[in-house]
Ligand binder design. Structure first.
Ligand SMILES: Cc1ncc(COP(=O)(O)O)c(C=O)c1O
Length: 420
C-alpha cells in the first residue's frame, strides 16, 4: 500500500472488503467496545472452544470417566498431526502437543546436545526470549558446554552473517526464535537452518510468535527441531499445552531426558526399565492436559478454515496500516518504530519506542485499548489477523495520539512496580 488516508472511513472500507471479517464474531466479545491488540500474548476465546471444553468436562470426563482415555490417549499426536499439516508444513508423526514451551525446549535442547558428542557449543542470541536463554544456559551447564550468544539488534533480529560468524566445528546446537518476541523481526528459516547445517550442527526453532501468524514450512526448510506455544495466535487459552516438532530423520534416535511413562514403548506393560517409543512418541512425558489439548485442536481448526495465506496477508496489511498511522500521528510526538519496516521481514506485531511507553500502555488500557509493554521502552501492539479489524487499529492509534498529546499518561507511575 502506498498511501494511507488518515480518515477512519479508509479503515472501514478495508473492513468491509476483508474476507476474514466474519471470523471476529466467532470469538467471545463480552465487551464489544474493547480493542484487543494483545492476541500475540494471549489469544481471544473462540466460541467453539468454550463449547468443546464444556463437552470434554461434562460428557467426556463427567459421563465417560476413565473410559474416555480410549480416545484421549492419542490426542497429543492427533492434535500434533493436525497442527503439523495445517500450520507447520510438517508431515504426520513429527509433532506432539504436550507440556510447556519451556519444558519442550529443555527436552529437545538436551537431546540435541547429546546427539553431537564432542561438540561443546550451544548458540543463541542475546535478545532471544528469556526462557530460551535460561533453559539453554542450564542445558549447557549440565553438559559442560559453552553458551555462545550472538549479539542482536533489538529492533532488527538475527542476521545470516551473525549466525555464520557464530557457528563452527564445535557447535552442537543453534536455537533461535522465528519471530522475535519484542520487535517482531522474522528470521529466514531456510537460510539460517542451511548455515547451521553447513557447520554440522542441529537447529532448534522457537515458533511461539510465528505459528498461526506466518506460514511455517519446517519440512521444506530442513528444520531439525522446533517448539512453540498455543495460547497466542492459536487461541488455545492460558497455559494450554505447547507443541514440539522433531524431524522424522531424528525422532527415532534422539534421547530425550525426561524419561516418563507416556514416552515408553509399551506404556501399559508397566515394564521394569525405560524403553523409549520408536518415533515421536518418545518425546511425551506424563499424563497430557486433555481439556487444553482439545482447545489446541479447536484453535487450529479455526485457523485452518481461515487459511494461513489469508491470515498472513491480513497480518501484513494490518501492521503496515498501523505503521503508516504511527508515522503520521505518533512520530511527531516522539514515538519511534522499533520493528522492521518491511512487512516481509516482520511477524504480526509492531513495537513503538517512547520513553513513557509503560505509562502510555496503562493509559491505553484505561481507555479500553489493550496492548502490551516490553522492556526497556516499547509499546507492543499485536493486531492478530483473525480477531482484529482495521478500524481497531485506527481507533487504537487515535487513542494513543490523544493520550500522548494530552499527557494523560502522567496519571500513572513512571515505571512498573517491581515484584520482589
Ligand atoms: C518466544 C517465546 N518463547 C517461549 C515463551 C514462553 O514459554 P512458556 O509457555 O513455557 O512460558 C514465550 C512466551 O511468551 C515466548 O514468547
Amino acid at each position: 500500500m502506498a498511501t494511507f488516508p488518515g480518515d477512519r472511513s479508509f479503515a472501514a472500507e478495508c473492513d468491509a472488503a476483508d474476507p476474514l471479517a466474519g471470523f471476529r464474531e466467532r470469538f467471545a466479545r463480552d465487551d464489544p467496545s474493547l480493542i484487543y491488540l494483545d492476541g500475540n500474548s494471549l489469544g481471544m476465546l473462540p466460541l467453539a472452544t468454550a463449547e468443546r471444553i464444556a463437552g470434554v468436562v461434562r460428557r467426556e470426563w463427567g459421563t465417560g470417566l476413565v473410559r474416555s482415555w480410549e480416545h484421549w490417549i492419542d490426542l497429543p499426536r492427533r492434535a500434533g498431526d493436525l497442527l503439523g499439516s495445517e500450520l507447520l508444513g510438517a508431515a504426520p508423526g513429527q509433532v506432539l502437543v504436550c507440556d510447556s514451551t519451556t519444558v519442550n525446549l529443555y527436552k529437545l535442547a538436551r537431546a540435541a546436545l547429546d546427539a553431537r558428542p564432542g561438540r561443546t557449543v550451544v548458540v543463541t542470541d542475546d535478545d532471544n526470549f528469556p526462557t530460551d536463554r535460561y533453559v539453554l544456559a542450564g542445558v549447557a551447564a549440565e553438559r559442560g558446554a559453552e553458551l555462545r550468544l550472538i549479539h542482536t539488534g533489538m529492533d532488527t533480529g538475527v542476521t545470516a552473517d551473525a549466525v555464520r560468524d557464530a557457528v563452527d566445528g564445535e557447535t552442537a546446537l543453534v536455537s533461535l526464535s522465528h519471530v522475535a518476541y519484542r520487535s517482531g523481526a522474522l528470521a529466514d528459516m531456510a537460510q539460517l537452518t542451511g548455515i547451521v547445517h553447513d557447520a554440522g550442527a542441529l537447529m532448534l526453532w522457537d515458533l511461539c510468535h510465528s505459528v498461526g501468524s506466518v506460514p511455517v514450512e519446517l519440512d521444506a526448510c530442513g528444520a531439525d527441531l522446533a517448539v512453540g506455544c498455543t495460547y497466542k495466535y492459536l487461541n488455545a487459552g492460558p497455559g494450554a499445552p505447547a507443541f514440539l516438532y522433531v524431524t522424522a530423520a531424528l525422532a527415532g534416535t534422539l534421547h530425550q531426558p525426561v524419561q516418563g511413562w507416556f514416552g515408553q514403548r509399551e506404556q501399559f506393560a508397566m515394564g521394569p526399565a525405560y524403553d523409549p517409543a520408536p518415533g515421536i512418541g518418545r518425546f511425551l512425558t506424563g499424563t497430557p492436559d486433555i481439556a487444553g489439548t482439545a482447545a489446541v485442536e479447536e484453535g487450529v481448526r479455526l485457523l485452518a478454515e481461515a487459511g494461513i495465506g489469508r491470515l498472513r496477508d491480513k497480518g501484513m496489511r494490518l501492521t503496515e496500516y498501523l505503521i503508516a498511522l504511527a508515522d503520521d500521528w505518533l512520530a511527531p510526538l516522539g514515538c519511534v518504530l522499533a520493528s522492521p519496516r518491511d512487512a516481509a521481514s516482520r511477524g504480526s506485531h509492531v513495537c513503538l519506542r517512547h520513553p513513557d511507553a509503560w505509562r502510555i500502555g496503562r493509559a491505553l488500557i484505561r481507555a479500553g485499548v489493550i496492548g502490551d509493554y516490553r522492556t526497556p521502552d516499547r509499546l507492543r501492539l499485536g493486531p492478530a489477523p483473525m480477531t482484529t479489524a482495521f478500524t481497531d487499529v485506527w481507533d487504537a492509534l487515535d487513542a494513543t495520539r490523544r493520550i500522548i498529546e494530552d499527557k494523560t499518561y502522567q496519571d500513572f507511575p513512571a515505571e512498573p512496580a517491581r515484584v520482589t
